[in-house]
Design a protein around this ligand. Structure first.
Ligand SMILES: Nc1ncnc2c1ncn2[C@@H]1O[C@H](COP(=O)(O)OP(=O)(O)OP(=O)(O)O)[C@@H](O)[C@H]1O
Length: 257
């Protein structure tokens, strides 16, 4: 279980202001560019300072030592070792990574031979993304925090990745701004991260059926503040507004206004 209490991050401007949220299943976190998707994962993995509290299975992140049950695909975590095979070896030693599973996943993505003897930084963006996801999932994590796993991937590999995400971890969330992938995660919850706030959980099935309408609409499943004083409502089976999934990317939500 992930719990955020008064979670606040400020850089030059506020990224999160006093977030209170509990995630106890698997969630898709949707957010436009710069909304804080990577920031919330970094904070939850103890990779950056924050105000307030983050609890992973009841343990406050700042106090966690040697917890093996949390995994992420963030590149910062895999900056050790020269080649991919060295990273696998190190994670087998320090995090009980299952080397056979890692090999099996990469063979399924038809990448193993191409990447295993190369350093991560020499891989293409898509290859690096798949390798880091396979590293994260091969530790059989209870909780996984996966940042933008679908970027730079061809359609066939996106479906492979979606299947891994459904199968290989128990709790946590996957961030994306791509809306056409929602249909792969129909029994998950979704969260929308925008303008310093996090909205949700909303069942993915509800979001798939929702249209986005300007203003505060009665009987909507959700109303969000997209900018100071400007709201958008998500309305199921509406005859007005723009069907959310037709937007393609959550970044295009600003165009609805
Ligand atoms: N170390 C930092 N110092 C200053 N500002 C930062 C830092 N890291 C992130 N930010 C800012 O915090 C905001 C959130 O960044 P973050 O990378 O979390 O967004 P994101 O939702 O992952 O975006 P994208 O979809 O573009 O990857 C952005 O405005 C970014 O410029």
């Amino acid at each position: 279980m992930l719990e955020y209490r008064d979670f606040t991050v400020k850089f030059e401007s506020v990224v999160f202001q006093g977030i209170n949220m509990t995630i106890n299943r698997k969630g898709i976190v949707l957010g436009p560019n710069g909304s804080g998707k990577t920031t919330i994962i970094k904070a939850t993995c103890g990779l950056m300072p924050y105000k307030g509290y983050i609890y992973v299975n009841g343990m406050e992140v700042r106090k966690i030592r040697n917890y093996l049950g949390l995994s992420t695909n963030l590149v910062e975590v895999y900056s050790i070792g020269r080649k991919v095979k060295d990273i696998v070896y190190i994670f087998e030693e320090i995090k009980n990574l299952d080397g056979d599973m890692f090999r099996r996943l990469l063979e399924e993505a038809r990448l193993f031979d191409q990447v295993i003897n190369k350093p991560l930084y020499k891989l293409s963006a898509g290859q690096s993304s798949i390798v880091r996801l396979a590293l994260a999932l091969s530790t059989n994590p209870k909780v996984a925090l996966i940042d933008e796993p679908f970027e730079n991937l061809d359609p066939a590999r996106r479906l492979i990745i979606a299947r891994w995400l459904k199968e290989y971890f128990e709790e946590g969330f996957v961030t994306t701004h791509e809306l056409d992938l929602l249909k792969e995660f129909k029994d998950w919850d979704s969260y929308i991260l925008i303008n310093g706030k996090i909205y949700g959980p909303i069942p993915v099935t509800d979001l798939i059926e929702a249209s986005v309408v300007e203003g505060d609409v009665e009987n909507s499943i959700l109303t969000i503040e997209i900018q100071e004083g400007k709201t958008l409502s998500f309305v199921k089976n509406a005859q007005i507004g723009a069907r959310l999934t037709n937007l393609g990317s959550i970044d295009r939500i600003y165009g609805v206004m």
